[in-house]
Write a protein that binds this ligand. Structure first.
Ligand SMILES: *[C@@H]1O[C@H](CO)[C@@H](O)[C@H](O)[C@H]1NC(C)=O
Length: 207
């Protein structure tokens, strides 16, 4: 039976453990940073760990999130290598599309980090490190979440470059997980800034 299965051309090899490990890493990362950031917001748990230095605590979280991202990417590539390729993704035009996606994705991620700074990118708002004004220039005039869509594009580009349908599936998971993360993060950060603005207005009135 299993011989029949393995001899038929398959899109995705569900028997590879690396596929599930990659899927878990993809779901884990945003879950981790949302959990840690909310604990920081409510209990100052990370800032306390850094003797009250919220700037340093935020940088430590940034480094952790960044490293977890690299680890997740490595697990993704490892999963792809043990998956079957598909002729449809081996057409000569595919690598061009793949490189265009990876390039655009990296531009979105890097330019948004440049625009927001390290603390702005890595959940500084939760540490009380707020931006003076919302960033509206590039890449935020292209999409509201350049970091997430840029990252998704890089995942898809890599899947195409490896010609692995499994990569397209995992990219779908990346997008889904980011949508869920945005659903948690956007209202929360909006409220943090709304609170700051209410305080500012109240401060002006008493002056
Ligand atoms: C976004 O802003 C940049 C300059 O910051 C500009 O060159 C670009 O055309 C804008 N894009 C859109 C879609 O408005």
């Amino acid at each position: 039976m299993s011989q029949y299965l393995s001899s038929s051309p398959s899109l995705i090899d569900l028997n590879q453990r690396s596929l599930y490990i990659s899927a878990i890493a993809i779901a884990f990362n945003p879950t981790f940073w949302n959990t840690v950031a909310r604990r920081e917001y409510h209990h100052k748990s990370l800032t306390r760990l850094f003797n009250g230095n919220s700037q340093r605590a935020c940088y430590a979280l940034a480094l952790t999130i960044f490293s977890l991202g690299l680890f997740r990417d490595a697990l993704y590539e490892r999963a792809l290598r043990s998956q079957p390729t598909h002729p449809f993704l081996q057409q000569p035009s595919i690598p061009y599309i793949a490189y265009a996606l990876i390039l655009t994705g990296n531009i979105l991620v890097l330019s948004s980090t440049w625009a927001l700074g390290i603390t702005g990118t890595y959940l500084g708002d939760y540490f009380g490190i707020l931006m003076d004004a919302p960033v509206t220039g590039f890449p935020f005039n292209v999409t509201g979440a350049p970091m997430y869509y840029g990252s998704t594009m890089s995942f898809l580009g890599t899947a195409l470059l490896y010609a692995r349908p499994a990569g397209v599936l995992l990219t779908g998971e990346v997008l889904l997980v980011y949508w869920v993360a945005l659903g948690f993060e956007d209202p929360f950060t909006s409220e943090i800034y709304a609170k700051r603005d209410r305080k500012r207005r109240a401060g002006k009135k008493t002056e």
